[in-house]
Ligand binder design. Structure first.
Ligand code: CTP
Length: 400
C-alpha cells in the first residue's frame, strides 16, 4: 500500500504503558507493506517484551549498544522513516541534550534523518517547563512531535499526555515517507458524504453515500503534504482523526456556505460529496403526523455547489467533479457534466457495477479530462482510487 510498500521503518520503543499500542502500530505498518525494525529500551521491555515485536516484524529486536559495534549507525542509515512511540519524558530530555547512553538515543543522534516523536507521559510531566523546553528544542532540531492527546492517563488521571492512537501514528509515518510532493503546503478542499435535507423534525431526504471516497481523497492529499479542509455531510464512515480542519455539515446549503469560504485560497477542489439536487420547500419544525393526510412533499432545486465554489475559488484552482451514472450512456453523460460544470476532471462511477457501490471499500472509476480523453481504471480500493485521482490532478496544479 502506498507509500509503505517495501519501505523501511525504524520504530523506537521507550518505557511507557502506551508501548502496548506500539505493537498495534507495528502490526499496521507490516500490514501496509513496510519492513519494520524495532529498538526496544530496557524500560520499554518492561512493558512489552521483545518476543511480541519479533513475532510481529519477523526481525530480531535491537536492545543493546553492545550487540554489534556499529548498529547505532547502520540502523539509522537503514531507515526511510523513524518513529519513537512512546517517547517518554526521559527519552525526550536525552535527545534534546544530545545524550547517547543506550542504543535508541545513540541511533537517534547518529541518524541522517529526523524522527517522528510520539510523547506519552503523565500530564504534569508533559506540562513541566523542562519537558516544554525539550520539545521546543527537538522541534528546532527538525524532529516532528506527534501528540500527545488529551484523555485518560495512568493512575486514573486525565489530561494532555496520552500517546496518540496507532492509526494516527501510521498516517504520520505515511506523510513522512511520502517526502516532497507538489501538494505540499497547498490548500485542498474535499467534500464528502451525503447531505440531509429536512422534511420535518425527524425526517430528511438523503442518499446512500458513505463518505468513503471523499475521505480517502482527503487522507491521501494530507499524506502528500496538502493543507486539507474536509467538508463532510452526515457520512457513516468516520472522518480521518488526524485531519485538523474537518467541517461537519448537514444540508446542501450548509455545505455551500462552508465551501465558498474554504475554496477562496484553494489550489484544488474535489467535489466527492453526493449533494442533494432537491430539498423540501417548507420543512416542518414539528413532526408531521400521519393524520395530516400529507400526500406529497413539495421540493425545490438545491444550489449547484460546484458552480458556487467555482465563482469563489481562484481562477487556477483545479476542479474535480464526480459523476454517479447508472448503466448505458454513462460516459457521454459524464462528459456533458464535465463541460457544463466547467470542471478540469470528472470521475465517473457506476454504483450498479460489482464492487463500485456506495458503501463498499472498493470502486471502479473512469477519469475524464476536459479534452474528453477518458481512462478506465480497474477495480481498486478507494484509497488507491484516491491516489490515482491525485496523480492525474497533480499535473494540473498551477505554478512550478
Ligand atoms: N454537485 C454539486 N451540487 C449539487 C449536486 C451535485 O456541486 N447540488 C456536484 C457533485 O458533488 C458532483 C457533481 O456535481 O461532483 C455531479 O453530481 P451528480 O449528482 O452526478 O450530478 P448532478 O449535477 O446532480 O446531475 P444529474 O442529476 O443530472 O445526475
Amino acid at each position: 500500500m502506498r507509500p509503505f510498500d517495501g519501505r523501511r521503518v525504524l520504530v523506537g520503543v521507550s518505557g511507557g504503558i502506551a508501548a502496548y499500542k506500539t505493537a498495534e502500530l507495528v502490526r499496521r505498518l507490516i500490514g501496509a507493506g513496510a519492513d519494520v525494525k524495532v529498538i526496544l529500551t530496557d524500560s520499554g521491555a518492561r512493558f512489552v517484551g521483545p518476543v511480541t515485536f519479533e513475532g510481529l516484524t519477523g526481525n530480531p529486536v535491537h536492545r543493546s549498544l553492545w550487540e554489534g559495534a556499529l548498529q547505532h549507525i547502520e540502523l539509522g542509515r537503514w531507515a526511510d522513516a523513524i518513529i519513537v512511540a512512546p517517547a517518554t519524558a526521559n527519552l525526550l530530555a536525552k535527545l534534546a541534550n544530545g545524550m547517547a547512553d543506550d542504543l535508541l538515543s545513540t541511533t537517534l543522534l547518529a541518524a541522517p534523518r529526523r524522527a517522528l516523536l510520539a510523547p506519552a507521559m503523565n500530564h504534569r510531566m508533559y506540562e513541566h517547563p523542562a519537558t516544554r523546553r525539550n520539545l521546543e528544542a527537538l522541534r528546532e532540531f527538525g524532529h516532528q512531535i506527534v501528540g500527545p492527546a488529551y484523555g485518560e492517563l495512568a493512575e486514573r488521571e486525565e489530561g494532555w499526555g496520552r500517546m496518540v492512537e496507532p492509526d494516527v501514528l501510521l498516517a504520520h509515518v505515511g506523510r513522512d515517507l511520502e517526502g516532497s510532493s507538489r501538494w505540499r503546503g497547498k490548500r485542498v478542499v474535499v467534500t464528502a458524504g451525503p447531505t440531509w435535507e429536512p422534511v420535518d423534525a425527524v425526517r430528511f431526504l438523503g442518499n446512500r453515500s458513505s463518505g468513503r471516497m471523499g475521505q480517502a481523497l482527503a487522507a491521501a492529499a494530507w499524506r502528500r503534504g496538502a493543507d486539507v479542509v474536509l467538508i463532510r455531510g452526515p457520512a457513516r464512515e468516520p472522518a480521518p482523526p488526524w485531519l485538523s480542519d474537518v467541517r461537519q455539515v448537514k444540508t446542501a446549503q450548509e455545505m455551500g456556505d462552508e465551501l465558498t469560504e474554504a475554496v477562496r485560497e484553494a489550489a484544488a477542489l474535489f467535489m466527492a460529496a453526493a449533494v442533494a439536487d432537491f430539498r423540501p420547500v417548507a420543512p416542518s419544525a414539528e413532526k408531521i403526523r400521519r393524520s395530516s393526510g400529507m400526500e406529497s412533499i413539495a421540493v425545490e432545486s438545491c444550489p449547484d455547489l460546484l458552480a458556487l465554489a467555482s465563482h469563489a475559488a481562484p481562477a487556477d484552482c483545479v476542479r474535480v467533479a464526480f459523476a454517479v451514472e447508472l448503466g448505458r450512456g454513462a460516459l457521454e453523460s459524464a462528459k456533458r457534466k464535465l463541460s457544463e460544470k466547467g470542471a478540469d476532471l470528472i470521475v465517473l462511477n457506476d454504483p450498479s457495477e460489482p464492487g463500485a457501490a456506495f458503501d463498499v471499500e472498493t470502486n471502479r472509476v473512469t477519469i475524464i479530462d476536459s479534452k474528453g480523453a477518458s481512462e478506465e481504471l480497474p477495480l481498486m480500493l478507494k484509497s488507491e482510487v484516491a491516489d490515482a485521482i491525485l496523480d492525474r490532478s497533480e499535473g494540473l496544479l498551477a505554478g512550478e
